[in-house]
Design a protein around this ligand. Structure first.
Ligand code: FES
Length: 164
């Protein structure tokens, strides 16, 4: 990672935007990586704008590395105003583009963010399909999800990242 890029990742991770749970989210997705043990949950809220259903805001929580935090911060800003399909068409590279190109060993960190977004927005993987009590629609906190009493929200363990 170049010095400039290291600084931009550090700055975004030190002061992340859109960090925290979102009440009354329309969608939520949680993913985890079995290789590094990092997890990320993303909440998404939609609004109507010019006859289109677009993302009003997105928030996240993570047990993740500095790069995952930085990417989630810039990605949740970037997807505002996009439709679900527009956001789903974005790669981890695009979602992290505000930070500059990531080194190969950090690409999977951006992939974690992309996968969390996909988990939230893709009906095939969204937990919104799982039956949940209204009070639990935003899901418990991420830390609640790794307790043995959890089970209402699917956590997708992603395959190992290719080694550089
Ligand atoms: Fe696991 Fe960055 S090292 S997401």
């Amino acid at each position: 990672m170049s010095d400039d890029q290291t600084q931009s990742v550090e700055a975004a991770a030190k002061n992340p935007k859109n960090l925290g749970e979102m009440e009354n989210a329309d969608a939520v997705g949680t993913v985890g990586r079995s290789d590094c043990g990092d997890m990320l949950r993303m909440w998404v809220k939609f609004k109507e704008e010019d006859g289109r259903k677009v993302i009003d805001r997105a928030t996240f929580q993570t047990f993740g590395c500095q790069t995952a935090i930085a990417v989630a911060s810039v990605a949740t800003e970037m997807i505002r105003g996009k439709t679900a399909s527009e956001a789903l068409s974005m790669s981890g590279e695009e979602l992290s583009s505000a930070l500059g190109p990531l080194p190969p060993m950090k690409i999977h960190c951006a992939q974690l963010v992309e996968d969390a977004l996909r988990s939230a927005l893709d009906p095939a993987t969204s937990i919104a399909e799982a039956p949940m009590a209204p009070a639990a629609q935003t899901g418990p906190t991420l830390s609640d999800q790794i307790t043995p009493t959890s089970g209402k929200v699917k956590i997708t363990l992603l395959p190992k990242a290719p080694t550089a």
